[in-house]
Design a protein around this ligand. Structure first.
Ligand code: AMP
Ligand code: MG
Length: 499
């Protein structure tokens, strides 16, 4: 059933990983399987056997051709550097080539204690596994670059966190698991050769098309130095685009540590993440983020901070002359700000139904956000129902606002601006509904389905929610409740890593 493995990472020098076989679990049971993704990855589903699949996705059997490794990485966690984190509970089976010819990592998360576990149990509770499954797949459907979820199994044993919970293993698919922290691991050891190997691997896997054009701009430079500066710039571009998408969806990652910042530009590690309901730019969910470091509005600047940490690891490759390397890298890091601002404005323009670019657009967007904040309006529904204002009175839109003074001033400005788009209101509404989702993984819904699964072994609510989230932009009759914000008693303000 498994497609053929290519061992790209496991063929790097031994210091990049620890060989490690997943630790078998007592009673693997497949509780979720992503058939569409499996097909895209080239799995042979005609040969699908549920019991065998459960063994593979639990780590009780290693598929032919895989060579499991735990990857080495370091990371800044909440600003503090840890030189050795690594996969403490994850194992990379190897890479497979998907139907479009791209290499994808297949990783089991929750596969037991590895040499990087640092005293923790190497396991994952079912709750966080289902949360990552739902949210990562929802993000994919929302058009956000992300790791994917291929399968979830329960292990038949309990793991102990705040309370005992059923244990589980998630099969995660990523275009790679290279992180800023992977580069930091080797840079902190002064291993420049390894940093170069990693950069070359990352360019090969993620930036091979971009790279020739980017090099041209570096004319006159030594060829090699131009390559790594171009690489840094390319990663910065992807991160700017990624965070702009998060911001446009009200998504708060919650743990933007450098080990959770991918080189590919995919979202990774759905721990205490959440989608905002009432709009508030200072919103923080994660229970461990006491300083509000990873608040909604800080996310772009944290991505930039993480990129600066990546830049530091690349300095000797960018230019043998340290001062000159710093100058070049700094220019790239500083360019992140206007790059991000442009990405963000593009996202927000689209949310307002605008395709033309005009001078006052930024102020228009900011004024709407201020109105949302003043009215404590649900971020997702406000943008979604704004399209109704193009057609009629839109009471459902207005009732999202506790007070709509600022909004009343804003609406005529927007109407005036829309008139200059030169298309009919129906077309504007259709454009808006294609980018403003109706269904997002709302915290109370996610927690409800996790509770049913973990406490009552009932996975039907999980499956129903996953199905709704697969079509986030399409109105689904009979499923209205999934679109609504949490009733007061069910509001979630704190999320937990639960690792
Ligand atoms: P995360 O918070 O998932 O990004 O993980 C940060 C670090 O802690 C990584 O090195 C993980 O491998 C490690 N880690 C998290 N949870 C566990 C666990 N249950 N057992 C072992 N290591 C863990
Ligand atoms: Mg992590």
């Amino acid at each position: 059933m498994f497609p053929e493995f290519t061992l790209r990472y496991a063929r790097l020098p031994e210091r990049f990983f620890e060989r490690f076989d997943p630790v078998p679990v007592p009673a693997p049971r497949l509780v979720a399987f992503n058939r569409a993704l499996a097909e895209a990855l080239g799995f042979d589903l005609a040969a699908f056997d549920e019991a065998r699949a459960a063994d593979w996705f639990a780590g009780n059997a290693v598929p032919a051709g895989a060579e499991p490794v735990a990857q080495a990485y370091a990371g800044h966690q909440f600003g503090h550097f840890n030189p050795r984190l690594g996969d403490g509970r994850a194992v990379l089976l190897g890479e497979v080539t998907d139907r479009e010819g791209r290499l994808c990592d297949i990783q089991l998360k929750g596969a037991g204690m590895t040499p990087f576990s640092r005293g923790a149990d190497g396991r994952a509770p079912l709750g966080p596994v289902l949360r990552e499954y739902l949210v990562s797949e929802a993000m994919h459907r929302l058009g956000v670059p992300t790791t994917r979820a291929l399968a979830a199994v329960t292990s038949g044993e309990q793991v102990f966190r705040r309370v005992p919970e059923p244990g589980a293993v998630l099969t995660r698919v990523a275009s790679s698991h290279l992180r800023v922290g992977t580069f930091q691991y080797f840079a902190a050891r002064g291993d420049q050769e390894a940093v170069r190997t990693l950069a070359d691997l990352a360019i090969e896997r993620h930036y091979s098309q971009l790279h020739p054009q980017l090099l041209e701009r570096e004319e006159g430079d030594d060829e090699t130095s131009g390559r790594y500066l171009a690489f840094l710039e390319a990663v910065a571009e992807r991160q700017a685009a990624l965070v702009a998408k998060w911001m446009g969806l009200g998504f708060i990652h919650g743990v933007m540590n450098t080990d959770n910042c991918t080189i590919s530009g995919e979202t990774i590690d759905y721990g205490p993440c959440a989608f905002m309901e009432a709009y508030s730019p200072t919103m923080v969910f994660s229970s461990i983020d006491e300083q509000g470091r990873y608040a909604y509005r800080n996310q772009p600047w944290l991505a930039q901070w993480n990129l600066a940490r990546l830049a530091e690891t690349l300095l000797p490759l960018i230019d043998p002359d340290h001062e000159s390397a710093v100058k070049k890298a700094t220019a790239v890091i500083e360019a992140f700000e206007p790059r991000y601002e442009a990405e963000w404005l593009a996202v927000m323009r689209a949310k307002l139904g605008l395709t033309r670019e005009e001078e006052g657009d930024r102020e228009l967007v900011e004024a709407l956000l201020a109105a949302l904040e003043a009215g404590r309006a649900d971020f997702t529904l406000a943008f979604r129902r704004l399209s109704e204002v193009t057609q009629e009175n839109a009471p459902a839109f207005h009732e999202l606002f506790e007070n709509d003074g600022a909004l009343q001033e804003w609406l005529p400005r927007w109407r005036e601006r829309l008139a200059r788009e030169g298309v009919g209101m129906e077309e504007i509404a259709a454009r808006m509904n294609a980018v403003n989702p109706l269904y997002i993984p709302r915290n109370h819904q996610v927690e409800r389905v996790i509770a049913a699964a973990a406490e009552h072994d009932d996975f039907a609510p999980f499956e129903a929610l996953a199905e709704v989230l697969a079509e986030p932009f399409t109105e689904q009759p009979g499923r209205e409740s999934y679109a609504l914000s949490a009733p007061p008693a069910e509001r979630v303000f704190r999320t937990f890593c639960g690792t």
